[in-house]
Each structure stands twice: as C-alpha cells, then as structure tokens.
Ligand binder design. Structure first.
Ligand SMILES: Cc1cc2nc3c(=O)[nH]c(=O)nc-3n(C[C@H](O)[C@H](O)[C@H](O)COP(=O)(O)OP(=O)(O)OC[C@H]3O[C@@H](n4cnc5c(N)ncnc54)[C@H](O)[C@@H]3O)c2cc1C
Length: 389
C-alpha cells in the first residue's frame, strides 16, 4: 500500500496539466498520476480536433481559452526552446441565418467585452473576405481575426508529460477500479492490479469516464461519453485563408495541412451515451448530412475525396454542456475537472492552474472558476454554454 497527498485519476491533458501546475504553484506533497491507457489511444485529448476559440457564449469560457492562448504565445519560455505545437492562428468563422442572428450578436457582445478580436460581418462582407464561400441562407458571420485556430493535440500533451518527468510525479499505468470513502472524505483508490493507494485528495480527470469514476465514490456526475466522428478529405482547391468554419447546421470544416477535416451535426434523437468500446466512425453521417452541406457552403467542395475518419468520445455534461470544476460540497477532498463537452483541450491549461491554486492556496487566484462549481449540479441548475461545436 502507498500513500499520496494527491491522486489524479486520468493522465491525459487535464490530469497532466493539474499535476504540472501543482508543482508550478509550489506543491511539495506526493502526487500519483494514474492512467489506464498510457499510449492515450482512446483518450479524447488525442482524438480531438485540437482547435481553440474565443467564440463562446459565456465570459467564463472565454477566459479559460484566453489563458491557454497566452500560454501558446509564450510556449518556448514555459517549456523550452524546442517547444512547438504547430499552432496555426487561422480563426473560426461561425455563420448564422436569420434565426441564429440574435444569438450570434449577443455572443459577439460578450466576446468583445472580454477583449476578443472577433468581427461580425454581414453576408456581403463575408463573400468579399472569403472568395470561396457561398452565403446562401446566411445573414451574418463572426470571424476571429486573431486568437483562434488549431494545433497538434498530441504534441501539446507530450509537452506537459515531458515537463512532468522532472517534477517528481509517480506515473501509475493502471485503471482505477474503486474509491473508498468514509462519510465526507474519500480515503483511497483501488487499482486493477489490486494495489490500494491512500489519498489525501482525489482529482477526477477521467474525461468521458468521469461519471463512472465519480460513481465509484458514490457521487453523481452527469458526464457521459458521446461519440463524435471526424472525417478527413482531400480537395483539388486549397484555400490559404480558410478558418474553421461552422455552418448553422452545426457542421464544421477546417484545413489540416494539405487536407481538410470535418464533422458535427450528430442527430439529437440518436445522440445518447456511447458504448465505451465503440470508436467506429459514423460514415453514413458524412454521406447523408455533412457532404451536402459542405458542397452548398463551399461550392469547390462539390468534388472532394474522403480518405479516412476516426471517432472519439466527448466528455459530455448532460446538464449544461459545461465544465464541472472544483470540490464536491460534501466530500471536499474529491475534486472534479470534468464535463468539458467538446472544448476541454483548449481549457485544460487554465483548469490545471485553477485546480492547483485551489489545492495549494485554498482558492482561485488567476481565473475564478466558482461558476463551474458542483453546486449547480446538486441543484439541477444549468450554467449553459450555447456554442457547443
Ligand atoms: C472528436 C473530438 C473533437 C474535439 N475537438 C476539440 C477541440 O477542437 N478543441 C477542444 O478544446 N476540445 C476538443 N475536444 C474535447 C477535448 O478533447 C476533451 O474535452 C479533452 O481532451 C478532455 O481531456 P481529459 O484529459 O479530461 O480527457 P481524456 O483525454 O479523455 O483523458 C482522460 C483519461 O482518463 C483515463 N481514465 C479514465 N478512466 C480511468 C480509470 N478508471 N483509471 C485510470 N485512468 C482512467 C483515460 O484512459 C484517459 O486517458 C474534442 C473531443 C473529441 C472527441
């Protein structure tokens, strides 16, 4: 049996970031980072679309992404001269028809108040800006001129993991199978090799499995895996100025090197908890729903060649599609960092910093994450993010 001051369950981007910032905040206690899939074959982190934006509907989410953006801009100071995650600041272009316009305008006001560099343009201005775009059915669009884009998720994860090697962290390559609790405290986690780790604090960083992990401690967390397919295609035409475009249908597309990736618009009626072992891409979705929209929105995409696809699981918060951050109100040494619902990669550095501050200093110092606290889950009071892509 071993004893750790902090046991973090899940060692992908959120767990690694928490361990990293704990040390950066001066935490000198023992830390175990427990990960059942050390190659991260099925983690949301490595299966994501690795994009970052300012275009959220609530200021709290914008602030989390802005923290990460600032980190991206000084990556070499933080992680060393060879740190590179291939960040391309290509922007997001979120389009709206007449019905979606009031929400787009409202979101834009929130983003401007947070200092984001987003322009709201009507259809004619968008066609002038992007020669390849068809604005059929479009009233306006919001375009991030700076501060938004995409990067290499695996490279970002490896930066954190590499930095952890010098920070006296115990990496444990096992699955957590149980959590012991005595009243208002969790006391230990059990591993599938039958080891038992006593824990001062347990942090849930288990991504799409976070609901299951919380249940091991007898706690309810409305986070479940939801399957999301990503399709890769080739096109004859290359558009150097193409941002990550989000159509009003929810379908998104962006360049990825010399090819493009696309996805979105999973039909609501079929969108339930995923089988944790199901990573088969939903090809009919591409053929029936996505391709026709791409061909309408970008006429040059009438002739494209789909080449491959993958599927990952969103860490989907069914209450309000927003993160749950911070301790359980009654089991204060069980801490959540979960439920990011498709935007957790870009929030991970900020959340790591916030959780570290909470553990080390007893409160948030850099970004106030109280609004993401568990209390709303207990009360069934949604804190909704409208821009879930
Ligand atoms: C298709 C897709 C596209 C996405 N696109 C974006 C995007 O463009 N931008 C963005 O910001 N976000 C995006 N996301 C969301 C983002 O990937 C996640 O929110 C983020 O990676 C969550 O990080 P995590 O470390 O919490 O979860 P994960 O990366 O899933 O890591 C959790 C880890 O916990 C481990 N684990 C789980 N249970 C246990 C256990 N019992 N014992 C031990 N280990 C355990 C798992 O093996 C896993 O490695 C996307 C997600 C998907 C699926």
């Amino acid at each position: 049996m071993a004893r750790y001051d902090v046991v973090i369950i899940g060692g992908a981007i959120v767990g690694s970031s928490i361990a990293y910032y704990l040390r950066e905040e001066g935490f000198s206690g023992s830390i175990a980072l427990v990960e059942r899939d050390p190659q991260f074959t099925h983690s949301a982190t490595t299966l994501s679309c690795a994009s970052i934006r300012q275009q959220f509907s609530i200021p709290e989410n914008i602030r989390l992404s802005q923290f990460t953006l600032a980190l991206f801009r000084r990556l070499e100071q933080e992680f060393g001269a060879d740190a590179d995650i291939g960040f391309r600041e290509g922007g997001y272009l979120i389009l709206a028809g007449e019905n979606g316009l009031p929400i787009l305008e409202q979101n834009h006001r929130v983003q401007m108040a947070e200092g984001a560099d987003i322009v709201l343009e009507d259809a004619a201005a968008l066609e002038r800006r992007f020669s390849w775009l068809s604005t059929e059915g479009i009233t306006a669009g919001a375009f991030g001129r700076t501060g938004e884009g995409w990067f290499d998720a695996h490279a970002m994860l490896m930066l954190f993991r590499k930095a952890l090697r010098a920070k006296n962290i115990d990496f444990i390559g096992q699955a957590v199978t149980g959590i012991e609790r005595q009243g208002g405290r969790v006391t230990a986690v059990m591993l599938d090799n039958c080891d038992r780790l006593e824990a001062g604090t347990v942090v849930n960083a288990a991504g799409p499995s976070a609901g299951k992990v919380a249940a091991m401690a007898g706690l309810a967390l409305p986070v479940e895996p939801r399957k999301r397919s990503v399709f890769v295609f080739e096109a004859m035409e290359k558009f150097a100025d193409m941002p990550l475009l989000v159509d009003p249908s929810g379908i998104y597309v962006r360049p990825e090197g010399s090819v493009y990736i696309t996805g979105g618009a999973e039909p609501e009626e079929r969108d339930g908890p995923a089988d944790p072992a199901d990573f088969d891409p939903d090809w009919p979705l591409f053929e029936e729903a996505i391709w026709p929209v791409l061909a309408t929105r970008i006429p040059a995409f009438e002739a494209i060649k789909p080449t491959r696809a993958w599927a990952g699981h969103y860490d989907y918060n069914t209450l309000d599609q927003n993160a749950v951050i911070g301790p359980h109100p009654e089991v204060g040494n069980f801490v959540f960092a979960n439920g990011f619902s498709g935007h957790g990669l870009q929030q991970a550095p900020a959340v790591g910093k916030a959780i570290a501050e909470l553990i080390v200093h007893g409160g948030y110092r850099t970004i106030d994450c109280s609004a993401f606290g568990y209390a709303r889950v207990a009360e069934g009071r949604p804190f909704r993010e409208l821009n879930v892509i």
